[in-house]
Design a protein around this ligand. Sequence first.
Ligand code: SF4
Ligand code: SF4
Length: 503
Amino acid sequence: MNSELPPEFIVKVDYDRCRRCRRCVMNCSFGCMTFKDRVVPEHRRCVACQRCVTYCPEYAITVSKNELAYKENENWSPEIRKNILKQAETGGMLLTGMGNPREYPILWDHLLIDACQVTNPSIDPLREPMELRTFLGRKPERLEFSMDEAGEIDLVTEIEPQVRLDVPVVFGAMSYGAVSLNVHRSLAMAASRSGTLMNTGEGGLHRELYPYSGNIIVQVASGRFGVHSEYLNTSAMVEIKIGQGAKPGIGGHLPGEKVGEDISKTRMIPVGTDALSPAPHHDIYSIEDLSQLIFAIKEATDYEKPVSVKISAVHNVAAIASGIVRAGADVVTIDGFRGGTGATPMVIRDNVGIPIELALAAVDERLREEGIRNNASILCAGGIRSSGDVAKAIALGADAAVIGTAALVALGCRICQKCYTGNCAWGIATQKPELVRRLNPQIGADRLTNLLAAWSLELKEILGSLGVNSIESLRGSRERLRGVGLDSQTLELLGVKPAGVGQ
Ligand code: SF4
Ligand code: SF4
C-alpha cells in the first residue's frame, strides 16, 4: 500500500553553504539523504535524529517540524491523526521508545526545595566536607556494640550485605541487545570511576565486562536470559525485574535479526532467534513465589549480595512494595510512568502506570507506617532528568535515583524515539557494526563520568543551601519541599505543604 502519511519533518539544505562533502549522506542511518549532483533529502524518511545537523561541517542543514502536515483541530491533534493513518496502512501496533513525550504533569517541576536563612545557617560546600555516599541494602533496627576489658569497642549486630554508592545516582537497566555493547562498556567504566552501579537489564552480561562486577547490578527477568550461577555472582547486587516503567504489565521482544553471535552467547539463546520475555515470570504468581526466588538467588550468591525487586509504578504500588519487602527483598526499585528507555507499544506507554513522584511518596509512606522502611532501600526510576530531580526524589523518600534516558542523552541520544528500528544513528540502540562504532566507549565513559561529577557538585550545593552535610540527612525530609500549582489532594499524597506555608 502506498503511504499517504505526510512527512513529519522537513529537511532543508542551504546549498550556498553546502560544500558537497557527503558527510550527511554517510551519517544518515535512516536513508534520508542521497547524493545526485547535490544532496537531496527525502523528507518522509527523516526521524529528526539530528545526526546530519550535528556533523555537517558548514551547518548547512536544518530539520523542522512539518507544521502544515495536518490542518489544525483542537479535537484531532496531528499526533492522533498520524497514528490512525499509520495503523490504517499497516494494521499493526504502534511502537515507540525512549520515554513518554506527552504533556503529563511532571511533579518534580511543581516541587521546590527549602533553603536556610538567618537562624539556620547554610553550609558552604567549597569549605566544608559534604557526604554524598549512601549504602543500599537492608539496615538493622538498631546497632549493638560490645566493649572488652581494654576498652575496645566492637560492633555486635550482624550487618546484611550493603552496596556502597559514592553518588546517589545509578545507571538504569538497559539490556545488551536493546543497546549496543559500546553503551554497556561506557556505563561500566563510568560506574566504576564514579563509585556507582550500572544495570545489565535482562540480556545478560558480556564476559568482557566481568572485571567490573563490583559496579554491576545483574538482572533476572522473566526470560531468564543469560542467567547462570557465575553471572549472579559477578555482581554487586542482583535485581529481579517484575515490571518496567516503559511498559507495565507486558513482556519484551528482541527481534532475531539483532541476535548475533555475541548476543546469542551472552543471552544463551541461538543466533537469529527472537528473544521473547513473557509478561509475567512463569514461576511467580504470589508474594510467596517471589520470596522463593529471592531466597534462591540469596542461596546462589551465598547471602553476600543484596537482592532488589523492580516493579513499575502502578495503582497499588505501595501494597505491592510492602509485600516485596516482606518477601525478603533488600531493595525495591520503582520505575515510573514517563520514564523508560525500552521499546514499547505506544498505547501502553501513553496510558498505563502512574507518575513516579506519587508512587515513590506512597511507597515510602507505607513502609514507614508498617515499620519496615529500614528493611529495604528504595531506588527511584523513571524520568529523573537533573540533580534537582535527584534531590527531590531523595527528599520524597528514595535512597538513590536511577537514570536511563539522561545517561543515553549524555552519550548522544537525541530522543528521536526510533530505537525499535535498530538504526540508531548515534550507535546506541543498534547492533549494526557500522553504527555501533560511532559510539566510542572511552568517550562515552568520560561523558557519563562528567555528568555524575557535575550532578554531585550541584547536589552538594543543594545540601549546603539546606544546611545539611550529608545526602542521608535529606532522605525522606518532605518538610524541606513545598508544592506550587498542585491541588490539595496531590499535595496530601506527596506529603508536602503548599509553598507559602511555613513550618
Ligand atoms: S554534510 Fe553539510 S556540507 Fe556536507 S554535503 Fe551534507 S549538507 Fe553539504
Ligand atoms: S537511542 Fe538512538 S534511536 Fe533511540 S531515541 Fe536515542 S538517538 Fe533515537
